[in-house]
Design a protein around this ligand. Structure first.
Ligand code: SF4
Length: 440
């Protein structure tokens, strides 16, 4: 039996639009098995918090703010009702709970007196989103909050509003009546999923890279030889293929190109799937796109070492951390050099051998940015092309890594726990790039 489902909340609506298994796990999964968000997602969450704080300060200074999730839900709910009864013009982080579920609402704006509402006023829901575009998931979420307000207090409001990220500081109003059919269908699907004893199962997709449940799903996909380990297969494709006897990726050998064409795959996709199947058989990387076989020819692999304690005290004026050592290799030998700094803070290191390479492969934006800075300070002329292997994997590699941090990637390739610090990091980058090169 799965765990008793938690109450439905706003993010269940975005979950189900991304991955049904994610929505099911958020109802029934053991939250202790959730993984921490990766660094990129954490940075985006911090951006979202800054945007929220900025909007609260500039537009809602002095508004009532309900305590957050550290406070008991009945206290949060009582404080929200109290503020509504007083007819507060704006309520931030209002908490509404009904038998259907609950919601924490970024902003509730008073519309006016409402004799039909048990608190005497009706309120309009507003959400703050860091994304520049309004998405279906945002509409579903505010529709849910609006329904909770209707259920709890009898108010009937059909309008909601959004503050979006980006340069546009306009408020976006939406008539939720236009989305009623989609919302009702999504809610029905969500509640049906909630009431199921088993989830639909994982499916490898780009969203897995940042999902809380990747630690649970990725090993399961590997153990099951799941067909979604092949690129370009949607959940619907896998369902139809299952009915044709394809239960594992190896079974796709029994499906002709003609049958794949009938399923809607074009020639490019079929070639990609066949190539993916071949690579899986060889334990190579599976790619979502085609690349020239010479991608890593004449490349050198580079990593930087930041000494944390020293770096904290020696941040450059622009806030960037200073690397203290560089490691690089284009073959078996690893070269390491200390990076010194003059009194003006300019780095001093010999990068002559690297300047002759056509491409330098690094892992992640921090190394890439720091390397570009020290290169400009130490070498004249054109910088070799800098290639971010992390970004490449994020975008083009279709493999169930538990995380995109180098230790996870290396473990997937070598099946061993290996250190990826100091000079070992550059060796790990080379092993990863060579593994991808074999699959091209
Ligand atoms: S890791 Fe992937 S398959 Fe699993 S719940 Fe998350 S998005 Fe779905």
């Amino acid at each position: 039996m799965p765990n008793k489902p938690i109450p439905t909340v706003g993010h269940h609506f975005s979950d189900i639009l991304i991955c049904k298994q994610k929505a099911w796990l958020h109802y029934h999964g053991d939250s202790r098995l959730k993984m921490k968000p990766p660094a990129r997602l954490r940075a985006m969450q911090v951006e979202g918090q800054h945007l929220e704080a900025q909007i609260y300060e500039t537009r809602y200074a002095g508004a009532v703010k309900i305590p957050g999730i550290g406070t008991k839900s009945n206290i949060r709910s009582d404080k929200t009702i109290d503020a509504m009864r007083k007819g507060e013009p704006a309520i931030l982080q209002g908490f509404v709970e009904t038998s259907l579920g609950n919601g924490t609402i970024d902003v509730m704006e008073r519309i006016g007196k409402d004799p039909g509402s048990t608190v005497g006023y009706s309120y309009r829901v507003g959400e703050i989103k860091r994304s520049e575009k309004l998405m279906t998931a945002h509409i579903m979420q505010v529709s849910w909050y609006t329904e909770l307000l209707e259920q709890a207090f009898g108010q009937k409001t059909r309008e909601a509003f959004f503050f979006l990220g980006g340069k546009d500081d306009q408020v976006h109003y939406e008539n939720l009546e236009n989305y009623r059919t989609d919302y009702q269908a999504t809610k029905k699907a969500l509640f049906e999923l909630r009431d199921k004893e088993e989830g639909p199962g994982p499916h490898l997709m780009p969203a897995c890279q940042t999902c809380d449940w990747r630690g649970l799903c990725m090993p399961q996909l590997l153990t099951e030889n799941h067909p979604s380990l092949l690129p370009d297969l949607t959940q619907n494709h896998v369902m139809v293929l299952k009915s044709m006897g394809v239960k594992q990726w190896q079974d796709l050998d029994t499906v002709s190109d003609g049958a794949l064409t009938d399923l809607g795959f074009n020639t490019f996709s079929i070639a990609l799937i066949r190539k993916g199947r071949e690579n899986l058989g060889n334990s190579y990387a599976v790619l979502r796109n085609n690349f020239r076989a010479e991608l890593f020819d004449d490349a050198a692999y580079v990593s930087l070492e930041f000494e944390e304690l020293r770096a904290r005290h020696r941040q450059e004026d622009d806030g960037h951390l200073r690397p203290i050592r560089i490691h690089w290799t284009d073959g078996e030998n690893i070269h390491s050099e200390e990076i010194r700094y003059d009194i003006q803070g300019n780095s001093q290191v010999d990068l002559m051998s690297l300047s002759r390479k056509s491409m330098l492969v690094l892992y992640g934006g921090a190394d890439l940015g720091a390397f570009a800075r020290i290169y400009r300070q130490n070498c004249q002329g054109i910088m070799p092309r800098l290639f971010d292997l992390l970004r490449f994997i994020e975008t083009h590699v279709h493999v169930p890594f538990v995380g995109l941090e180098l230790p996870y990637v290396l473990k997937h390739i070598t099946h061993k726990e290996e250190k990826t610090e100091g000079a070992q990091r550059v060796a790990a980058i080379r092993v990863t790039a060579e593994w991808i090169a074999r699959s091209l």
